[in-house]
Design a protein around this ligand. Structure first.
Ligand SMILES: [Zn+2]
Length: 104
């Protein structure tokens, strides 16, 4: 998986298509990501010990990684990403369009 926490991504499928957000969590085993304030689902909560009253809260549901793409600030659009080796042998992801590095 080429996505990491804090990456800016754009949703390319589903009801939030075209929206951008920051990756909050990466679920590697499931190939899914949780993006801040996107793909919100309503959860009903019941009155309980720690809450005085129940209600509806909105929570982010995970999105399959094939439904999001890394967003390039320079190109102002979602882009394909390549990986290249740097001089110090570390690997960095880059935008295949403008060659901008995502990992600096
Ligand atoms: Zn770019």
């Amino acid at each position: 998986m080429r996505l990491k926490k804090d990456d800016k991504v754009m949703v390319i499928a589903g009801k939030d298509r075209g929206k951008t957000g920051k990756v909050k969590r990466v679920l590697h085993e499931k190939n899914r990501v949780v993006v801040e304030k996107l793909n919100l689902v309503k959860r009903h909560t019941r009155p309980g010990m720690d809450q005085t009253q129940g209600g509806i809260i909105e929570k982010e549901a995970s999105i399959h990684r094939s439904n999001v793409m890394l967003y390039c600030e320079k190109c102002s659009k979602p882009v394909r990403v390549g990986v290249r080796q740097l001089k110090d042998n570390s690997k960095a992801r880059y935008c295949k369009k403008c060659e901008e590095l995502f990992d600096k």
